[in-house]
Design a protein around this ligand. Structure first.
Ligand code: SF4
Length: 377
């Protein structure tokens, strides 16, 4: 078997849809099916997203009382989380070249300072696991409150549910921007986050029999943004999620029965979706779309190998014949084990060189810190 060749990704029926992935599943169900089936990502997670997960975990640990709310403890917790994350990255064949995070996330220190600042100002609610409930109503409050639909098909953890003077409010911590830049309105939250909170509200009702009075998005910097909860609308979103669960699983079952076209029905290839998808080297729909229309705005080079040269500076150069013309990818690392696929490549093989930096002509490209190469023949 050739080094760097993509194995067929497996598919399995979904066990559940998480509110945090519902909008993504509406955009491309195949990506979520690949993830739910336990396939390892074929491309490295963006190191900036890794830092986002560290920030989210730190805030959760502070909110639940697992980390003491003083600077010394928070700095120690941050260092531990970074070190654990880097340990996981070192175990990944695609991410080990992105360690340490400080060398690959230019604003890491700014984000650390902001995270600790936010953590110092956070209310500590305690853990739901510890069984914190209000005395008057016995409503479940605290951090990481599990909620699910009565049929179990939609479910997830709410970051925080707390009691205000008017009723229960649910809150989600966000490490990145919560504003929808496209609307032109400063205070409009991203639609996917609004849908997520509405879905959590419907699940809170199905789990405990009470509607939250409101919902909030808490960013790293600035005030929490409120989201209006209208039960009728939330119930409709939950019905949509149930419907999606049923239709996706019906198609996955069709694929298992040997109807490979079912996979195509699950896929929605498109530049804005595929660019964030870590399964695209193994996605048949993406491969086909790349061959048919070039997926021009994506940072990938897919086509037939025309030549492979090892330059005098010990860097590889690969010429690729693509649907949009010939492209030369330069300055590819050699000798550190990063691009094991290159040495096995032969002229005429189909190659995918993902996450490159194109020049303005898109005829020439260079390596980035996330460039990954696969033989797709
Ligand atoms: S590469 Fe695109 S079409 Fe394929 S699973 Fe990912 S998002 Fe969907």
């Amino acid at each position: 078997m050739k080094v760097g060749i993509v194995q067929q990704l497996s598919t399995k029926p979904l066990k559940r849809i998480s509110p945090s992935r519902f909008v993504a599943m509406q955009q491309c169900a195949l990506r979520e099916v690949f993830a739910a089936a336990g396939n390892r990502p074929l491309l490295p997670v963006n190191p900036s997203a890794r830092v986002g997960s560290i920030i989210h975990k730190l805030l959760q640990d502070v909110g639940s009382g697992a980390v003491v709310q003083d600077k010394e403890s928070l700095n120690a917790a941050w260092s531990t989380l970074v070190s654990e994350t880097e340990g996981q990255m070192k175990d990944s064949s695609t991410e080990r070249f992105l360690v340490p995070l400080r060398a690959n996330v230019s604003d890491l220190e700014v984000r650390r300072i902001r995270a600790i600042h936010r953590a110092l100002s956070l209310k500590v609610f305690g853990s739901r696991v510890a069984g914190k409930e209000t005395k008057a109503q016995k409503l479940p409050v605290g951090c990481e409150v599990w909620v699910q639909s009565t049929n179990g098909r939609v479910g997830g953890f709410i970051d925080v549910a707390f009691e205000s003077s008017t009723g229960i409010v649910i809150c989600d911590y966000k490490s990145g921007s919560i504003i929808d830049a496209g609307t032109g309105h400063n205070g409009t939250p991203k639609d996917e986050y609004v849908v997520q909170l509405k879905l959590y509200s419907a699940l809170y009702f199905e789990t405990f029999g009470f509607w939250p009075i409101g919902a909030e998005l808490l960013p790293l910097v600035g005030e929490a943004l409120k989201v209006v909860i209208e039960p009728e609308n939330c119930v409709q979103i939950l019905a949509n999620a149930n419907q999606l669960f049923n239709s996706v699983n019906a198609r996955v079952a069709g694929c298992s029965a040997g109807h490979v076209d079912g996979l195509n029905e699950l896929a929605s290839p498109g530049s804005e979706r595929c660019v964030h998808c870590l399964f695209r080297p193994g996605c048949p729909a993406y491969k086909r779309a790349s061959r048919e229309n070039g997926m021009e705005s994506l940072p990938d080079v897919i086509g037939e190998v025309a030549f492979v040269n090892l330059q005098g500076n010990k860097r590889y150069q690969i010429g690729v014949s693509t649907v949009r013309g010939d492209v030369v990818v330069r300055q590819l690392s050699h000798g550190d084990g990063r691009h094991g696929a290159i040495e096995a490549l032969q002229v005429g093989d189909t190659v995918g060189i993902f996450d490159v930096q194109f020049d303005s002509t898109r005829k020439s490209a260079t390596e980035t810190n996330r460039t990954t190469i696969y033989c797709l023949s």
